[in-house]
Ligand binder design. Structure first.
Ligand SMILES: NC(=O)c1ccc[n+]([C@@H]2O[C@H](COP(=O)([O-])OP(=O)(O)OC[C@H]3O[C@@H](n4cnc5c(N)ncnc54)[C@H](OP(=O)(O)O)[C@@H]3O)[C@@H](O)[C@H]2O)c1
Length: 222
């Protein structure tokens, strides 16, 4: 059982994640910014924690984090509010979480990032270009943090039910992935701390999630 703090807990991946973590006996603290989200989070078995990444400072977030062992960051502006809000949440929000994790001594940090091929071959809006730039800068920030990080880069997110089967690796072909399977992969990463300091691209695929992650442990032979 781990103590897990989820930022973006009321989001679509976040909600699957806190429910799965709580169902597996983990102690979950779930950061959300709208008061109306607390009831649904509590119903999963998580402890809701009210807070807004645009209002908190690192010390305030570190206070909330203290006692957690793993931090999962799955917050994002979701394209709402344009480039500035993307910079504020996906960018500065992630930097804030990294600073707070270091201050609170929470070493394991799992980040939901984005697949570099997202939008490839399409005419991209300026906002999407900023989104990709900010996601990459966030990856760089975390990878240079000295924390025990994993950067998860899912393909295009879909809402079909999870299958429990994925492709996962440092470089794989682009594709889609159900949000529920992203959440299940995050739970598996919480439970498999041997997988560390690696960027994992993730799409739907043929492998059971546990099998796919076992292959990413240091020294694993394929
Ligand atoms: N869409 C794709 O195809 C795709 C592909 C790869 C990766 N991703 C990434 O996957 C992540 C999660 O996706 P999702 O579908 O679960 O997104 P989502 O449903 O939009 O969830 C994002 C969560 O972040 C929260 N958030 C936003 N601003 C916040 C703030 N100031 N303080 C605290 N929380 C805040 C939102 O809160 P509210 O509920 O209050 O709005 C929401 O609950 C995102 O980072 C996204 O960039 C997306």
């Amino acid at each position: 059982m781990s103590h897990v703090f989820v930022i973006g807990a009321a989001g679509q991946i976040g909600h699957h994640l806190v429910a799965q973590l709580a169902a597996r006996g983990h102690r979950v603290r779930a950061l959300h910014r709208q008061p109306g989200q607390a009831t649904a989070l509590a119903a999963t078995g998580a402890t809701p924690v009210s807070g807004d990444l645009e209002q908190l400072d690192a010390t305030g977030l570190a206070e909330a984090l203290r006692g957690s062992e793993v931090l999962v960051f799955t917050a994002g502006a979701g394209g709402k509010g344009g480039a500035e809000r993307t910079r504020a949440i996906d960018g500065r929000g992630l930097e804030l979480a990294v600073a707070a994790a270091r201050q609170a001594g929470v070493h394991r940090f799992l980040l939901v990032s984005a697949f570099p091929e997202a939008g490839r071959g399409k005419h991209l809006s300026d906002t999407f270009e900023v989104y990709m730039e900010v996601k990459k800068a966030a990856d760089v920030c975390l990878a240079q943090s000295g924390l025990d990080w994993v950067i998860l880069r899912p393909g295009t997110l879909v809402d079909t039910p999870g299958t429990g089967r994925v492709s996962a690796g440092p470089a794989i072909a682009y594709g889609q992935i159900p949000r529920e399977d992203v959440a299940t992969t995050l739970v598996a990463l919480v439970e498999r701390p041997q997988v560390r300091r690696v960027i994992i691209e993730l799409t739907a695929g043929p492998h059971a999630i546990a099998e796919a992650l076992a292959y990413l442990e240091p020294g694993a032979v394929g």
